[in-house]
Design a protein around this ligand. Structure first.
Ligand code: CP
Length: 317
């Protein structure tokens, strides 16, 4: 699939609520734009003040390390004024509703909101409450679009054209927002996707998204160009699960091991983080030269810079 020209493409999106709303061209355009910012990050002074007239609030109702810090770094590297909201230290603890919270914050004159929340659909709700640009940083098990964009950017560093590339996503497919955004984005740009895991962690509807389903890790690793492992989302499953017999048995059946790297020498390994070492993969696998997990994190800053830049109006860099 040809990549949109940075000078000519007419990017019309106002928000980033999910990759469901973005065309293949929109996605490839964001990824092209992110290359420019990736180069900025390698400069001795990795700053470009294109958002110096913007005020951005990071509205986090759920824990985060990577997403929150990389959005904040992206915003600061672009010269924006940044304020951080954490529900745990806010008046949400006194019972203030989400609607009142965002309307009060909006009254302080903000331009953009980066939102993470445990409930699916919160970013869509925010667009009905305020005029600011809304960026979804993860809403329940629904979508995590900037994670999928940074994953696709990292895949493009290995395979510049993702059309026809074989991507395996292994683990808890049922409770993952990362998998949903990745499937939507990867299928749009022509990649082939297989999801792999125990039957109890793969929802029946997933085939309707155009992916293959496997319950055999060895077959999947023999097939794929890139294997992305996912964490079991215990916080969304709840305690006392009977979805799999034990974490140990899960690792025995679906954990990527050093033996797999020897047996199947071609596939690269990704993980959105946080990793549970010894569950979705052996610790040595995560640290091996076949894993590009920390590259994903570095690329996340560039991809989020591109998203912020384009949704702020994209004045010439
Ligand atoms: N990948 C990801 O969203 O990580 P955090 O929850 O740490 O932001």
């Amino acid at each position: 699939m040809s990549k949109p020209n940075l000078e000519e493409y007419n990017f019309k999106q106002k928000h980033l609520l999910g990759l469901a709303d973005y065309s293949a061209e929109d996605i490839l355009y964001v990824l092209e734009q992110a290359k420019t910012f990736r180069e900025v990050l390698d400069r001795p002074v990795p700053k470009i003040p294109t958002l110096r007239d913007k005020t951005i609030v990071n509205l986090f109702y759920e824990n985060s390390t990577r997403t929150r810090l990389s959005f904040e770094l992206a915003q600061k590297r672009m010269g924006a004024d940044v304020v951080n909201f954490s529900s745990g230290t806010s008046s949400a603890k006194k019972g203030e509703s989400l609607k009142d919270t965002i309307r009060n914050i909006s009254s302080m004159k903000i331009d953009m909101v980066v939102s993470r929340h445990e409930s699916p659909g919160v970013p869509h709700f925010l667009t009905r409450c305020v005029d600011a640009v809304i960026i979804n940083a993860g809403d329940g098990a629904h979508e995590h679009p900037t994670q999928a964009l940074l994953d696709m950017f990292t895949m493009q560093q290995i395979y510049p054209d993702l059309a026809g590339k074989k991507i395996a996503i292994i683990g808890d497919i049922s409770h993952s927002r990362v998998v949903r955004s990745n499937i939507l984005g990867l299928i749009k740009v022509g990649a082939e996707v297989t999801v792999c895991g125990p039957k109890s962690l793969i929802p029946k509807f997933v085939s309707a998204l155009g992916v293959n389903v496997s319950h055999n890790l060895d077959e999947t690793l023999a097939w794929c160009d890139i294997a992305m492992a996912l964490r079991i989302q215990m916080e969304r499953i709840g305690g006392g699960t009977d979805l799999f017999p034990s974490v140990r048995e899960y690792h025995d059946t679906f954990g990527i091991k050093m033996d797999h790297l020897e047996k199947y020498p071609d596939f690269m390994i990704m993980h959105p983080g946080p990793i549970n070492r010894g569950v979705e993969m052996e610790s040595d696998v995560a640290d091996s030269d076949r894993a590009v997990i920390l590259n994903q994190v570095t690329n996340g800053v560039a991809v989020r810079m591109a998203v912020l830049y384009l949704l702020s109006g994209g004045a010439r860099i």
